[in-house]
Structures are given as structure tokens and as C-alpha cells.
Write a protein that binds this ligand. Structure first.
Ligand code: ZN
Length: 204
């Protein structure tokens, strides 16, 4: 199982991070299989970072083997989505980016890819019109809609499948909107698609 993630896929987030708004292709990185955290298990803040940020994202689960998938057929390769967190060690990432170095350790560390409960697309409606949000300690801190993606899900699938064979169970983190921020020990995170809570865990 592999975890593919898209960086800089919402213009509002790129603005807050002062990244380029003019991208001709998706920015892709990978998280490791040991980064997966699910079933509401707690996230423990690692000792190598003092700035762990949440990034709330729609996560798509691949359910069919594919390579070089055409965009118009991409919808046949997934049936379920959820909301997840792409935890990022922002302090490490900023340092590595400044030096032009790969930033895997800031993104692919253990338990950095949190997933909620997957639900079928029949229950969520159009993949390109999915509202989602995150609450921390009961307060809404981040919200987005897949309509605002720079590269929509089917385009992402077409693009990444040129490079990586997609397999059943692979996950795609589709990018985060504006509103990222730090987490602290004791925080309670709840992620929603629409008004439906699919993600619920604590920071320890
Ligand atoms: Zn992200």
C-alpha cells in the first residue's frame, strides 16, 4: 500500500504559505506505509519537531489496479473517500525547502497520515463538490470544498498513474485548503464531510 499526496492544490493555502499560484502540473509527494494512523487512535507529537501542523484533506481510496489512466476513466478507480489529516513537521519542512532538499522526513514520518472512516461516493455526491472541515476542541479551524482544487481528483489520478501503478488500497491525499495550523498535546480533532463526522481523535 502506498500513500500519494498532492501539495499546493488550493490557491488559498498557497497564498498563506507564500508558494507559487501558477502550477502547470500537480506537486506530488509520498508518505510511507508506517505513516498511516486510523481507527481514532491518538497521535503522539514526535520529539523531532516543535511545530506539527494539521492539514485537513479529502482522501481517496483506489479500488482498482491501473497505470496510465486517462482522466475521463479515472472515476472508475475509486468508490470511497474520507477526510484525513496530512500531519506536517512545518519547522523541518521549512528548513529543508529553504535548502532545496527533499522534505520527506517532514511529511512521511510515522502516524502522519490520519484517515477517517471511508464512505461511498453515493453518499457524498459529486467528487468535485465535497465540503469538508476540521474542528479542534469544538472550534471550526479549517474548511474547504473540493470544487476549489487546482487539480481535481480525476486529473490527479491521471497524472500520478503515469509514474506509479495504482493498486487496490492505495490512498491519495488531495491537498489542503487555507487554515493550517499547529496542534498541541490534549487537542481533540474532529473531521467532517458535510455535517457527517468521519474522523475523531486526540493529540497526546
Ligand atoms: Zn497536505
Amino acid at each position: 500500500m502506498k500513500i500519494i499526496a498532492v501539495g499546493m492544490n488550493y490557491a488559498t493555502h498557497n497564498k498563506e504559505m507564500r508558494n507559487s499560484l501558477e502550477l502547470s502540473e500537480p506537486t506530488i509527494f509520498m508518505k510511507s506505509d508506517s505513516s498511516l494512523l486510523k481507527d481514532g487512535k491518538p497521535f503522539f507529537i514526535p520529539d523531532f519537531s516543535s511545530e506539527i501542523h494539521y492539514e485537513t484533506e479529502i482522501v481517496v481510496r483506489i479500488d482498482r489496479l491501473g497505470k496510465n489512466i486517462a482522466e475521463r476513466f479515472a472515476h472508475r478507480y475509486y468508490k470511497e473517500i474520507t477526510v484525513g489529516i496530512d500531519f506536517t513537521a512545518r519547522d523541518l519542512q521549512s528548513g529543508l525547502r529553504r535548502q532545496g532538499l527533499p522534505w520527506e522526513i517532514s511529511k512521511a514520518f510515522d502516524n502522519s497520515a490520519v484517515t477517517g472512516t471511508f464512505i461511498p461516493l453515493e453518499e457524498t455526491g459529486n467528487i468535485n463538490l465535497i465540503p469538508f472541515h476540521l474542528r479542534i476542541n469544538g472550534i471550526k479551524v479549517q474548511e474547504g470544498n473540493t470544487a476549489d482544487m487546482l487539480f481535481p481528483v480525476d486529473k490527479i489520478i491521471a497524472y500520478v498513474s503515469r509514474f506509479f501503478t495504482l493498486k487496490i488500497g492505495d490512498l491519495i491525499y488531495t491537498g489542503t485548503p487555507a487554515g493550517v495550523g499547529p496542534v498541541q498535546i490534549g487537542d481533540h480533532l474532529e473531521g467532517y464531510i458535510g455535517e457527517r463526522k468521519l474522523l475523531d481523535f486526540h493529540i497526546r
